[in-house]
Write a protein that binds this ligand. Structure first.
Ligand SMILES: Nc1ncnc2c1ncn2[C@@H]1O[C@H](COP(=O)(O)OP(=O)(O)OP(=O)(O)O)[C@@H](O)[C@H]1O
Length: 519
């Protein structure tokens, strides 16, 4: 497959807003691709690089050599060239990367150059592409789209599923099962306004009310080969969390032969109350001198779900049964606190659920998650069977640009332009804020945003839409100034969410849903 085929499909897919047409274009590309080319093609189309970063800044991308007259670069050649650029290190690396990139661009046509520059510059990112790619793959291979989606969740990677499916057809999907050592996309929650609304939405069946810990999500796998830990975005962090590994070994000592556990890690103070989220997050992020970091700020794991036990896949069992097995395998001290309500329609049961939620917040937790006890584990889905309730409503938004500060903040990038995700993966600006930023956050974001600058303006910088910031606000209102027709009242930064990517940010739809009724 030629680079030109992908550059053209990328343009065509972004040019149409019709989902069915995007799917048809992608299906056409997959039919023409060699199975082994599919993982790279899909990654590029979503605007990402398989190499993640290749160490080239936007300045390098500004001057381009004259384009080649006709397309000849293959997907494989370009992927290898990008790997070679990423591998350059040591003295003079910057110049060498620039030289290699220019050699690559010189062999590309104008349209291909455009595609490559935007791909490497992070401007092609499209969170929504993966969902269309799943449907395109299903159409190209004759598989059921739901079966492809499930295989992706269990296989952890769209690329691996695509390659198998294109090589061997729908039967290949059976190989993507839950396995120890291969992380699955975690199940996610929707938001509810309060406990009563959550109970109404969950219906008359039995529910559990779990404490919502303000920590970092972890998926822990263990078997006779050892223990491994992944984040919500499926990055492996085993080496950073010796206390989680130790806790998992205790389970093995207790007779568990293999397990996949879902939970949180959180830093607790001596009084057992949670430390601020930022502390947990920076501890989980620190890779150097882990033992010293552990001594300074130990983390506690708390599990709330069990996806596999002693070789048996539990994903399709109702939550009540999964939890019963969790309670047998994992001691209470390593589990999230919860209450169960068999008859959530009763007034006294509702009052008890509300009291549990208030108590959780009083003890410093973030809120509660209400769960339908008859529901299976829907890997990778933000389904209606987990509903989170937090006293302070926040949104996770993407930083699109930042303005230089004034007065005490001169020299710092301060006022943030905040965006919500559109269905096509682009972002709609909702407003700006410079409130809530501590000096430390200001320093951190100035550096982080400088490194992501795509365009420099007199007022500040436009950046690659990568950083996710959690914002509190007093309400949503209509606005003619912003593209989605809505803006936030009194937005203020709560923290950065380094555990999230832009594809996890809140959508325009979820923001407009917060408009007051009748507005
Ligand atoms: N008992 C619990 N059950 C499920 N999730 C929990 C629990 N306690 C804490 N959490 C955290 O809450 C999150 C559930 O909300 P959601 O699926 O919307 O993820 P999120 O977008 O990271 O949410 P948030 O920003 O509210 O933490 C989980 O990802 C997990 O990290």
């Amino acid at each position: 497959m030629l680079l030109a085929d992908i550059a053209r499909t990328s343009l065509e897919v972004t040019a149409t807003s019709a989902g069915t047409e995007k799917v048809a274009l992608l299906a056409g590309l997959f039919r023409a691709a060699e199975p082994a080319e599919a993982p790279v093609a899909i990654t590029w189309l979503a605007g990402r690089l398989p190499q993640r970063r290749i160490g080239v800044g936007w300045r390098t991308l500004v001057d381009r050599p004259p384009p080649a007259p006709a397309p000849r670069l293959t997907l494989r050649e370009v992927d290898e060239a990008l790997s070679a650029i990423a591998a350059v290190s040591g003295k003079g690396a910057q110049a060498e990367r620039k030289r290699l990139l220019h050699a690559l661009l010189a062999a590309a046509t104008a349209q291909e150059q455009d595609f490559l520059v935007r791909l490497v510059g992070g401007e092609l990112r499209q969170g929504a592409l993966d969902a269309f790619a799943v449907q395109g793959l299903a159409a190209a291979s004759g598989a059921d789209p739901d079966a492809v989606r499930r295989a992706v969740m269990l296989g952890g990677s769209l690329g691996a599923v695509a390659e198998a499916l294109l090589a061997r057809g729908p039967d290949a999907l059976g190989a993507f099962r839950l396995e120890v050592g291969r992380p699955v996309q975690p199940m996610l929650a929707q938001s509810a306004k309060d406990v009563d609304e959550a109970l109404d939405r969950l219906g008359p069946g039995p529910v559990a009310v779990d404490e919502k810990l303000d920590g970092i999500r972890v998926q822990v796998h263990l078997d006779e080969r050892g223990v491994r830990v992944w984040t919500r975005t499926l990055d492996e962090i085993t080496d950073r969390l010796p206390e989680v590994t130790a806790a998992a070994r205790e389970l093995v000592a207790g007779g568990v032969t293999s397990a996949v556990l879902d939970g949180e890690v959180i830093a607790l103070g001596p009084d057992g109350r949670p430390r601020p989220f930022q502390r947990t997050s920076s501890r989980v992020g620190s890779r150097t001198d882990v033992e010293a970091a552990r001594a300074a700020l130990p983390l506690s794991p708390a599990f709330f779900d069990l996806l596999l036990l002693d070789g048996r896949d539990l994903l399709d069992l109702p939550a009540a049964e999964r939890h019963a097995q969790l309670a047998r395998a994992v001691p209470e001290t390593l589990r999230v606190r919860r209450v169960e309500a068999a008859e959530p329609g009763r007034a006294d049961v509702r009052a008890a659920a509300r009291a549990f939620a208030e108590d959780a917040v009083a003890r410093g937790q973030e809120g509660v998650v209400l769960k339908a006890l008859d529901a299976p584990y829907s890997a990778g889905r933000r389904g209606a069977s987990w509903l989170k309730v937090k006293p302070v409503h926040t949104l996770d938004l993407v930083v699109l640009a930042a303005e230089w500060g004034h007065g005490r903040r001169t020299g710092s990038l301060s006022n943030l332009h905040l965006g919500a995700r559109r269905p096509d993966g682009s972002f709609a600006m909702l407003g700006k804020t410079f409130k809530g930023l501590t000096d430390e956050l200001l320093r951190w974001q100035t550096e982080a945003l400088r490194g992501r600058a795509t365009v420099t303006r007199t007022w500040g910088v436009e950046v690659r839409p990568e950083l996710v910031v959690e914002v509190a606000f007093d309400g949503v209102q209509r606005s003619t100034r912003y593209p989605a027709g809505v803006t936030l009242r009194f937005a203020r930064v709560v923290r950065y969410r380094e555990d999230k990517t832009a594809a996890d940010a809140d959508t325009v739809e979820s923001v407009t849903a917060l408009l007051p009724p009748g507005d």
